[in-house]
Design a protein around this ligand. Structure first.
Ligand code: PLP
Length: 396
């Protein structure tokens, strides 16, 4: 018999979609996989060199639980540059990816029974972690407002049990980038209701068109004492497998995270820490800008193909590397026909009939959404989206 806690979470919806794509490919089907939450790219040379140098030096021991002080110093400098305010190493903890940073935050900030506001559609892990930590996720729908929450909707969701709000900008899955006005409204609410802000900016490097990414602590510096910023190198350096993330926040939070992490995973992988440190010391930004251009061009290719969709609006795709499609019109019941009920049916047809793997919005609390990743090679992206458009335009 397993613990009751296991009822609170299933396997992540995105991992399940990846597994379905792999199973179809293993069965011999030619699959174009648009499920990935990662970017197809070579390794940054500075990362590779930093790791090899560390191995050649024979480095093999534990580091400080929340990361080597040199790396925390370098990260504090990065956060200072990103936010325009001075941060110190004691306000930064290195983690095994952003996922652990978020889990740490949930565990050290939440009491059992407290509520956390999460704008929906949401990244599938946010509510799962809140529940594991004993909290209750409260969702605020953003679909009628360009996938950015209305301040009035957040306000209506606040109760005397509310402890925090999760902000993810640019958002996975929707790609929405929060504007300054919204961030100001959220900051004011957090101050008035004494809430923590968990600010996930893992996709902050990828904003498109006229959009700009704004750390909430830059917009309203007064919220710094109640904000935990979460970031990682998984997306911005196409480094998902190396598992280096970090959180930046008040010293008391970092100290609690240090104790927690000392009982869970200890330090993040030492070779990966050295690799990221080498990159922060020697990287000249060219790798990042190549990655950004690659994504900008993939986004344009994708939007061109998606503009032929007959009954689905072209997605805004403001940030990150996802197209998020609104399938409402397609899934509207039509008279006399057996109708699909949610995006799962479309995902299944795309996989079995068109050989295109996608992620259903049900993984993100939105049965009418569909997420497509464009972090894949351009030829695959174009071919996959063409097949998708053909199938969806013929959908009855
Ligand atoms: N936060 C968001 C919004 C994500 O989309 C992801 C990964 O997809 C993560 C955090 C986790 O990132 P990491 O791989 O660094 O743990």
């Amino acid at each position: 018999m397993l613990a009751q806690r296991t009822n609170l979470f299933g396997s992540s919806g995105t991992a399940a979609a990846r597994a379905a794509a792999k199973a179809a490919a293993d069965a011999g089907k030619e699959i174009i996989d648009l499920t990935a939450g990662e970017i197809w790219s070579d390794l940054a040379p500075t990362i590779r060199d930093g790791a090899i140098e560390a191995i050649n030096k024979g480095i093999n021991r534990y580091t400080d639980t929340i990361g080597m002080i040199e790396l925390r110093d370098a990260l504090a400098r990065k956060v200072s540059l990103d936010t325009g305010h001075v941060w110190k190493a004691e306000e930064v903890a290195v983690t095994t990816g952003a996922k652990q940073a978020l889990f740490n935050a949930a565990m050290v900030l939440l009491n059992p029974g407290e509520e956390i506001i999460i704008p929906a559609p949401y990244w599938t892990t946010f509510p799962a972690q809140v529940q594991i930590a004993g909290g209750t996720p409260i969702f605020v729908d953003t679909r009628s407002n360009g996938h950015v929450p209305r301040i009035a909707s957040i306000k209506a969701a606040v109760t005397d049990r509310t402890r925090a709000i999760v902000i993810n900008t640019p958002s996975n899955p929707t790609g929405a980038v929060y504007d300054v006005q919204t961030l100001m409204g959220i900051a004011e609410l957090a101050i008035n209701h004494n809430l923590w802000i968990i600010f996930d900016e893992c996709y902050g490097d990828f904003v498109h068109g006229h959009q700009a990414h704004h750390p909430i602590v830059s917009v309203v510096p007064e919220v710094r004492s109640r904000t935990v910023m979460v970031n990682a190198f998984s997306k911005c350096l196409a480094l998902t497998g190396w598992r280096i993330g970090y959180l930046a926040g008040p010293k008391e939070v970092i100290n609690a995270v240090k104790s927690l992490q000392s009982h869970t995973t200890s330090n993040p992988n030492v070779i990966a820490q050295h690799a990221v440190l080498a990159h922060l010391q020697r990287g000249d930004g060219s790798y990042e800008s190549t990655l950004r251009s690659q994504l900008a061009s993939a986004r344009q290719i994708g939007l061109n193909v998606l503009s032929s969709l007959a009954r689905i609006p072209v997605p805004a795709a403001q940030g990150g590397f996802y197209f998020y499609l609104d399938l409402s019109d397609l899934l509207r019941p039509t008279s006399g026909k057996a109708v699909s009920t949610n995006a799962d049916d479309i995902v299944n047809s795309l996989l079995s009939e068109a050989g295109v793997a996608t992620v259903s919005g049900t993984a993100f609390g939105d049965p009418l959404g569909l997420r497509l990743s464009y972090g894949v090679p351009a030829d695959k992206l174009e071919a996959g989206l063409r097949r998708l458009v053909e199938l969806l335009n013929a959908w009855e």
